[in-house]
Design a binder for this molecule. Structure first.
Ligand code: KG4
Ligand code: ZN
Length: 335
């Protein structure tokens, strides 16, 4: 089955063609980050307008790259939520219109299911069952995955998502949006051990997270540095490293706990923060000790993209799911 996938939940327009026999045929992405950067975060109205502009040229681009005629497309998958409503509506209405015009089915996909399944596009995909750590700008969740659509929530963030904590902390320290890659870049030159930050909620049982206090702790440290007259680039890097290390350790401790609780030894990490090298290294070390394996997508497919939506939609369609022509999207939507 040849599926066209469209992603428009936030500030990236992603389009891809996935074939259940031949795999990923083509994918194209336009990131709006530069347009939102001057505002320090995503401006929803600007995001929607830009998706409208980019969508059809990107669809043409993937068709050309893959050498596919539009008549060969058998179904369309689009992100139906969660995300920014205006942005989601662009992908949903475009998909439903094309599906109607071409006489093919359309299916709405959960954005986080897309992230969760993105590692399936790699050469050595994980086998079910596994534990998944979903770490994006909007979500931080630990999920037991027994198959497509068979998800059991084990724990989640009670306040900020991990990516959101990176973004907000970066902003407090005068860094650009999105903050995750900025903090990761600075942390590379940070001095280990100069600052030590708390590992929130690791001293009590359970698999939930809380990152909001860590953000405040970082702000207070940064303000103390200012009072001491030291907000040098090196100090900024030292604070960034301490923050990143606290997030990475916290996520690693909870993943270890989730693996122990479920008796599983395969871990999938997905979502924008799974691109973080320090997190990958820490989880790989932990899984090495447990004689298990960590799976993740190539960096390009950790953040938002059309390939994960085409893949997830294809699995849903093969399982018999098909949506009606209604253009329905959901800003909030439990997986
Ligand atoms: O999955 P994603 O593209 O969008 C959502 O679904 O939210 O994730 C974006 C998030 C942002 O918060 C960004 O700062 C974070 O992923 N991110 C990173 C890195 N790359 C992106 N966080 C930490 N380290 C990175 N290398
Ligand atoms: Zn995402």
């Amino acid at each position: 089955m040849l599926v066209l996938g469209l992603e428009t939940s936030c500030d990236e327009t992603g389009v891809a063609l996935y074939d259940s026999e031949r795999g990923l045929l083509a994918d194209a992405l336009f990131s709006q980050i530069e347009q939102h950067r001057v505002f320090g975060g995503v401006v929803p109205e600007l995001a929607s307008r830009d998706h409208v502009k980019r969508m059809l040229p990107l669809i043409r681009e993937v068709l050309t790259t893959a050498g596919v005629e539009r008549t060969q497309i058998e179904a369309i998958a689009y992100t139906a939520g969660p995300g920014l409503v205006g942005a989601l509506l662009v992908g949903a209405s475009c998909s439903q219109a094309l599906a109607f015009a071409w006489g093919i089915p359309a299916v709405g996909v959960h954005h986080m299911e897309g992230h969760l399944l993105a590692p399936m596009l790699e050469e050595q995909p994980p086998a079910f069952p596994f534990v998944a750590l979903l770490v994006s700008g909007g979500h931080t969740q630990l999920v037991r995955v027994d198959g497509i659509g068979r998800y059991q929530l084990l724990g989640e963030s009670l306040d900020d998502a991990a990516g959101e904590a990176f973004d907000k902390t970066a902003k407090l320290m005068g860094l650009q949006y999105p903050g995750g890659p900025e903090i990761a870049r600075l942390a590379e030159i940070g001095t280990p051990g100069r600052f030590t930050f708390p590992r929130p909620m690791t001293d009590r049982p359970g698999l939930d997270f809380s990152f909001s206090g860590l953000k405040t702790f970082t702000l207070n440290t940064w303000l103390q540095c200012r009072e001491a007259g030291d907000q040098s680039e090196q100090t900024r890097a030292d604070v960034a490293l301490a923050f990143q290390q606290a997030v990475v350790d916290t996520l690693t401790i909870k993943c270890r706990r989730a693996l122990k609780q479920t008796g599983l030894n395969n871990l999938v990490i997905a979502g924008g923060v799974s691109a973080n090298q320090s997190l990958r290294q820490s989880l790989e070390k932990m899984l090495g000790e447990l004689k298990g394996q960590v799976f993740y997508a190539r960096p390009r497919f950790c953040t938002d993209n059309g390939a994960m939506i085409a893949y997830a939609g294809c699995q849903r369609l093969l399982a018999g799911q098909q949506d009606g022509p209604a253009i329905g999207v959901q800003a909030r939507w439990p997986m």
